[in-house]
Design a protein around this ligand. Structure first.
Ligand code: FEO
Length: 386
């Protein structure tokens, strides 16, 4: 990736990781971005996952030529970025490590390296001159860990945004940036909307020409588009009008009801209806859709007197990611004692500003005339809830 003559991309691709953070499928892989600023002093902006230390070190040396790094700026200590700190600190013993107080409180938990005499502790708004470039540091706690900070380079007006504006996939796949950026955002940073809003306010005071995140493409045009997406996502506003129907189904009868509801909604003029099988689809993708659309219907069998496991897991994920400000309809199935609607309602009551449609559809094993009437009523109410 090309940033400028003096700001060099030295990141690496990881195309063979099975699950990012041991839970997210990344069919196109992911990049661990890292940058090198060449000036009178040289500054290395983050390292990479230890899976790729060797490749990264080669990239670093190729750009440094016969120079050495003077500073390593540590934006974030999560191992996908900090995983090569020990290796680079050993290779360049005179390099200073730049971080904030929280960075250096946490760093020894990960690495057994001597920090004596080689740390530069920075605070909100502090500047560090490299010559013609000046770095300015802004704290971004909980975007996505407590020690996170972002760095603004004043001369070229570049924001090094840590995980912010990051994305699964390869930089060249940016034809549809939002798809994988949204899945990344809600699953990884979604809980921290308030903190992202605080960071956006700080960013609004800066003249930013390029955003260099720690994953995915460098953003250097149409920046208001990306910032507007982040503003929508972090304020929990629905991005699009539409209905997600997320279902669990043991034998296919609840799945059939979910599809019939989708058909009714479409007949009623609903343009965007997404039906997702929680047992088979990527849970992270379904979570993304839950946040993307303004309404959701949950359909679950009753199982061992509770919810079918994938529905329970989905609801726990939504709760932990801060799902809120939406309208939700419920559909349950039960052959002798349907309980799922009551239990889903109870979990939803623990979330903020969720309107649950009073009348749930209750199916006894498979749809019949009575439950089909309820399905029609739910379709009407979901339509009116927009
Ligand atoms: Fe990409 Fe929170 O690490």
């Amino acid at each position: 990736m090309e940033i400028s003559e003096t700001i060099r991309y030295i990141g690496v691709e990881d195309r063979d990781i099975d699950l990012f953070e041991s839970q997210y499928v990344v069919p196109e892989g992911i990049t661990y971005n890292s940058y090198l600023i060449l000036d009178e002093k040289t500054a290395l902006m983050d390292t990479v996952d230890s899976r790729k230390t060797k490749n990264w070190m080669e990239n670093l040396k190729a750009e440094l030529k016969d120079r050495k790094p003077d500073y390593l700026v540590i934006s974030h200590l999560e191992p996908d970025h900090a995983g090569s700190i020990a290796a680079v600190a050993a290779e360049y013993p005179e390099m200073a490590l730049v971080g904030n107080a929280k960075t250096f409180a946490m760093l020894p938990q990960f690495f057994d390296i001597s920090l004596e005499g080689r740390t530069l502790v920075v605070a909100e708004g502090q500047e560090l001159s490299l010559g013609s470039h000046t770095l300015q540091f802004f704290m971004a706690p909980m975007v996505h860990w407590p020690e996170v900070m972002v760095t603004y380079e004043q001369t070229e007006k570049v924001l090094f945004s840590a995980d912010g504006f990051g994305r699964f996939g390869m930089p060249e796949d940016d034809g549809n940036w939002a798809c994988e950026a949204r899945r990344y955002y809600f699953n990884i940073v979604g809980k921290y909307g308030v903190q992202v809003q605080a960071l956006l306010k700080k960013a609004a005071a800066l003249d930013i020409r390029k955003i260099c995140p720690l994953h995915g493409p460098v953003l250097d045009e149409n920046l208001p588009y990306y910032i507007e997406k982040y503003d929508t996502w972090s304020s929990y506003r629905p991005e699009d009008k539409g209905v997600l129907i997320a279902y669990a189904s043991v034998y296919g009868n609840t799945a059939k009801a979910a599809e019939e509801l989708a058909e009714l909604l479409r007949e009623n003029g609903e343009e965007k209806v997404v039906v997702s099988d929680l047992a088979r689809e990527d849970m992270a993708e379904v979570i993304e859709d839950a946040f993307r659309y303004d309404r959701m219907v949950l359909a679950s069998p009753t199982y061992d007197g509770g919810l079918f496991p994938c529905m329970e897991s989905f609801l726990m994920h939504l709760k932990s990611k801060g799902y809120q400000k939406r309208t939700v309809g419920l559909m349950e199935n039960g052959s002798w004692a349907p309980m799922a609607a009551k239990q889903m309602r109870q979990i939803l009551e623990g979330m903020k500003e969720i309107t649950v449609i009073e009348q749930a559809v209750s199916i006894r094993s498979s749809l019949n005339d009575k439950s089909r009437e309820e399905l029609k009523a739910l379709a009407e109410q979901i339509g009116e809830a927009y």
